[in-house]
Design a protein. Structure first.
Lengths: 106, 421
């Protein structure tokens, strides 16, 4: 199972094994990783699963859809490496992926 | 404090609010025992997919669960499922279960939700007259829709009530290849919750997908044969034949436990912004509560997952002595076919409606938003169809109370970033 490393805004790393096919958001919710709320359950409707993708992994996670882009446009604290974690599907190629959660989601 | 000075938190209700409250309490550092009591046989799960992906067979049981079962074991959270609470004894600080067992609490969180409103209609007790609130309800509906057709025609669902549940169920029914007839007593669907333009849009869209509407239609009875529903008799005596009838006419708060225990209730359990009830040892969160709405200077109830999560955070923050979370603008969503409806805010005190985009089904997908403005051009609510920027910017504008320029807002060539700037 690929390991996703969730880093909170204080820098604490939580390596979590996430089944392939689940999203990075689902991996966090199922293991109660703080900092990812996912109010809409993964419908790309809320931007409360916002994460910053580690620079080394940006190419591997791919690009955001137009829908995701427009949600991110209005999320708080958006950076060029911002993504909605409900839109990143976990694959073997993402083993070791590092994502950092913002201080708050809303 | 009970034994050894360790505080015990009991959560009554194992839905989205109850399950999330336990998770946030652990995230915020509460280390004592937590017990969640629920009357359904399964651990906390997500209800929104029940009328959508779950009904269409596109989601599995595991994806429906809020957290895996291992989460509760690993976090010292005791799940008492299939268990009904009979009453609360606030003086003794215990909840009394059906059968007489008592569970002591130091802090109690009520997350009892709402139940489907039942209407006194002849035939309502027939087999295949259904409601849609729980996973068991959804499974019954799915079974009724996927049974083999009778007499060469497709299975047909009659929906009494043209609200969101009814429309989502109708869309999923069409996706399953069955027929859907929506019966609504008002002249338009979503009459209580959406403006006329949005109602018209949804009716047109559903009709194009083969849904039949009976608007302004009274229901006299549900007709049955051998104890099974066979159709809905309208007030004008026409019979809408159906293999199953879904009744979706709103929901009522499960506030009886609270009101019988003397807690203040008013179509829901009254709480403050920490979600405390009139008893400081008792909190109430989610659909069952009636709460202050900070952006609208009034109280009301919100039936939504975002509200369940916001109040779960408010309760967990208050209990653990953490700073309260920021006030959220209420929001809701609905998926029907390829339409994504996102609603932010409530239309209270709005005096004008402004439509950005074309509210008609178009080739390549509809995309528009309905803004509800006050007389001085502040956004109170926005209903956005496939229009994420309008929804997100609308949410910000509702929170900031910043007036908008209606001409700019109406002009699709001006980006929402610029409108909101």
């Amino acid at each position: 199972m690929p390991t996703i490393i969730y880093i909170d805004h204080a820098g604490t790393e939580r390596p979590i094994e996430v089944k392939t096919g689940l999203t990075v958001m689902e991996g966090a919710i199922k293991h109660n990783v703080p900092g990812i709320d996912a109010d809409c359950g993964g419908a790309c409707a809320c931007a409360t699963c916002h994460v910053y993708v580690d620079a080394a992994w940006l190419d591997k996670v791919g690009t955001a859809s137009a829908m995701e882009e427009s949600m991110l446009d209005f999320a708080e604290g958006v950076e060029p490496n911002s993504r909605l974690s409900c839109q990143i599907k976990v694959t073997d190629a993402l083993d070791g992926l590092k994502v950092t959660t913002p201080e708050s989601q809303h | 404090m009970s034994d050894a000075g360790v505080e015990h938190i009991v959560i009554v209700g194992a839905g989205h609010a109850g399950g999330s409250a336990a998770a946030f309490l652990r995230q915020y550092g509460f280390a004592g025992p937590i017990t969640i009591i629920g009357d359904e046989p399964i651990a906390p799960y997500q209800r929104p997919p029940l009328s959508k992906a779950w009904l269409k067979g596109e989601a599995d049981g595991e994806s429906l669960m809020l957290r895996p079962l291992s989460f509760y074991a690993e976090n010292n959270i005791t799940l008492r499922l299939d268990t009904r609470v009979e009453r609360l004894d606030r003086a003794a600080k215990v909840v009394v279960l059906k059968g007489g067992e008592t569970i002591p609490y130091d802090t109690l969180i009520l997350a009892t939700g709402r139940r489907a409103r039942r209407i006194p209609l002849p035939g309502i007790e027939l087999h295949d007259v259904l409601e849609l609130r729980t996973a068991a309800d959804a499974d019954r509906l799915k079974a009724a829709l996927s049974a083999p057709p009778v007499g060469g025609r497709a299975r047909r669902l009659a929906v009494i009530g043209g609200g969101y549940i009814g429309l989502e169920a109708a869309a999923s029914t069409r996706a399953l290849g069955a027929e859907a007839v929506v019966i609504e007593k008002e002249q338009r669907v979503l009459a209580r919750v959406a403006c006329e333009a949005l109602s018209t849009f949804f009716q047109d869209y559903h009709r194009a997908k083969g849904v039949v509407f009976e608007l302004g239609a009274g229901v006299e009875r549900i007709e049955g044969e051998d104890g099974r529903a066979v159709g809905v008799r309208l007030s004008d005596q026409r019979l809408i034949e159906a293999d199953a009838v879904l009744v979706g006419v709103g929901a009522v708060a499960n506030d009886e436990l609270a009101s019988q225990a003397g807690l203040e209730c008013e179509n829901g359990i009254l709480v403050d912004l920490t979600t405390k009830t009139s008893d400081p040892a008792v909190y109430a969160i989610g659909d069952c509560s009636r709460r202050p709405l900070p952006h609208y200077e009034r109280i009301g109830h919100l039936e939504s997952v975002p509200n369940a999560l916001e109040q779960a955070k408010q309760a967990a923050s208050d209990i653990t002595g953490r700073a309260p979370p920021p006030h959220e603008v209420p929001w809701f969503w609905s998926d029907q076919y390829d339409l994504k409806l996102q609603i932010a805010g409530l239309p209270h005190d709005a005096t004008q409606i402004l439509i950005r985009g074309e509210p008609t089904p178009t080739v390549g997908g509809a995309r528009f938003a309905v803004f509800h403005l006050t007389a001085d051009n502040r956004v109170q609510a926005v209903e956005a169809i496939n229009a994420a920027p309008e929804f997100m910017a609308g949410r910000q504008l509702i929170a900031s109370r910043k007036p908008v320029a209606p001409d700019k807002l109406r002009d699709m060539s001006i980006s929402m970033k610029e409108v909101a700037a």
